[in-house]
Write a protein of this length. Structure first.
Length: 279
């Protein structure tokens, strides 16, 4: 049965390409590439001659139907992005979803993705984390940041080097300048760098050093709020004396005096529970 293969490609260093990825790309009938020019360099390096077809965010809505029909017709197709794993902040999700909807087999190979090495290298807690990818550029950006202000897990963002400084300033306004963070760039490349510190320190650093390359920003989760101990109330109502009377609407009442309030408290008495021996 024909399949859709989701194939990760290196995020920088070509030596990160897996043997299995090379084998699949050589054997499939067609490779869907985010940018055929960029991917062409990769394929040439590994002597892969499979024909390519453009598949990117500007045409994926129009091409999905035809691609899935081709797989149903027996054609094996591989999906790659410019770098990393397709469908992670890259085109691919819509195609995979349509394949699942039509019971077409999807096989995703393990491989490179930028945020995992950045998260590990940050030194921030990574047993639980929240992946945000690229924040909305305009509409919804402030709202999303407000929602993340109290997020207790470590948060992962992708960002452009041209917007990094502005984004860090927004992070300071949302998370506070003392929140721990790290910025990784050029992952797996010659000039790979990870800068760690508070958000204030990162703003200072990148104000003096222009960032270049693909950026991954890691922000520590919100600190735990100190738990407030519940104070046991010392207010008690204790009976000073108790008496019965038949005065108001022929009701029977108990009379108490509060230890905390200088007033009298009255409550009905259930006469049915009284014993016949009551004096």
């Amino acid at each position: 049965m024909a399949k859709l293969y989701v194939v990760p490609t290196p995020v920088g260093n070509l030596e990160d390409m897996t043997f299995r990825a090379i084998s699949v790309l050589r054997e499939v009938d067609c490779i869907l590439a985010e940018d055929t020019r960029t991917s062409g360099i990769l394929l040439k390096h590994f002597d892969i001659h499979t024909r390519m077809q453009s598949h990117h965010k500007f045409n994926e809505h129009q091409t999905i139907e035809g691609i899935v029909s081709r797989i149903e017709g027996g054609e094996n197709i591989a999906l790659i992005s410019d770098a990393g794993t397709p469908a992670i902040s890259d085109p691919g999700f819509l195609l995979v979803r349509e394949c699942r909807r039509r019971d077409v087999t999807v096989e995703c190979l393990p491989g490179a993705t930028a945020f995992v090495p950045a998260l590990v290298a940050s030194g921030l807690p990574n047993e639980k984390f929240c992946f945000e990818g690229f924040l909305p550029q305009k509409k919804g950006r402030a709202t999303r940041l407000t929602e993340l202000a109290e997020e207790p897990r470590t948060i992962v963002f992708y960002e452009s080097p041209f917007r990094l400084l502005k984004t860090l300033i927004q992070f300071k306004e949302t998370f506070g300048g003392e929140r721990a963070a790290s910025v990784s760039r050029e992952i797996s490349k010659i000039h790979e760098e990870t800068v760690r510190g508070t958000i204030d320190e990162l703003i200072t650093h990148f104000s003096e050093h222009e960032p270049k390359g693909e950026i991954v920003v890691i922000i520590a989760g919100a600190p735990d709020k100190p738990k407030r101990k519940k104070r046991k109330s010392t207010l008690k109502a204790i009976p000073i004396y108790k008496f019965n009377f038949n005065d108001y609407e022929k009701g029977y009442y108990s009379c108490y005096r509060s230890i905390s309030f200088n007033d009298w408290l009255y409550e009905p008495i259930d006469r049915s529970k009284e014993t016949s021996s009551r004096k």
